[in-house]
Design a protein around this ligand. Structure first.
Ligand code: IYR
Length: 222
């Protein structure tokens, strides 16, 4: 017991140093193959798979273990159509005046525009909401490190999707309030990310991008 709360022994996995290095290398090589894919096929994905992926995401660490997230899982075609229409309306405005020239220039290499067919074609849309506060007996209690926590859960979500052999797109239509309305979310929930999930189309293309080298992203103090 700690402060009157039960604690249990941590069940650890352990590996030899050689095995540890091999596992670390293999995991990196596998994860490095993940790509953001916009060409998502309409081939169905079972609800059971989505349930496991979301359960994996919800195992992420969070401030004071509040798990301040809600995952809305949309396969309903009429709802996907509504989401696409509303997103494209906002995105049209963004691409025609709201985004800076520099921003539009940076997106040239990725090849995006205001058309968002994947919002209707993907078998599932995962809309992640952050819970800014909880309502307990009518009282508001702010959650802690909400953006960090929900960002971590989304990271876990993306690796779970990759592990299942599916692809995803981290989409951020802006502004995103239309998602709260269409999905009828309560006031304590704010849209965080919209993630279409499915199989890649056979003809899917991705930008030929290079990732930064370790020395560009890491600074060791030994
Ligand atoms: N939200 C827009 C624009 C966009 C912004 C960034 I930063 C990207 O990496 C990609 C797209 C859209 O989804 O098209």
């Amino acid at each position: 017991m700690i402060n009157g709360f039960p604690h249990i022994p941590y069940a650890r996995e352990s590996y030899s140093p050689e095995e540890m290095l091999q596992r670390a290398q293999q995991y990196y090589q596998w994860l490095d193959q993940r790509r953001t894919v916009r060409d998502i096929s309409n081939q169905p994905v079972s609800r059971e798979v989505i349930e496991q992926i979301v359960s994996a995401a919800s195992s992420a660490p969070s401030g004071a273990h509040k798990q301040p997230w809600t995952f809305c899982l949309v396969s309903d075609s009429s709802m996907k159509k509504k989401i696409r229409e509303a997103a494209e309306e906002e995105e049209y405005q963004s691409y025609h005046g709201r985004m800076s020239d520099r921003w539009l220039q940076d997106l040239q290499a990725i090849g995006t525009d205001w058309h968002k067919p994947f919002l209707e074609e993907a078998p599932w849309l995962i809309i992640v909401f952050k819970k800014v506060y909880e309502l307990e007996n009518g009282e508001k209690h702010n959650n802690y490190y909400v953006n960090e926590s929900v960002g971590l859960a989304c990271g876990f979500l993306l690796t779970a999707i990759h592990h299942a052999g599916l692809v995803a797109l981290t989409h951020t239509p802006s502004p995103m309030n239309f998602l709260s309305k269409i999905l009828d979310r309560p006031a304590n929930e704010r849209p965080f990310l919209l993630i279409p999930v499915g199989y890649p189309k056979d003809e899917a293309l991705v930008p030929d991008l290079q990732r930064k080298s370790l020395s560009e992203v890491a600074v060791f103090f030994e």
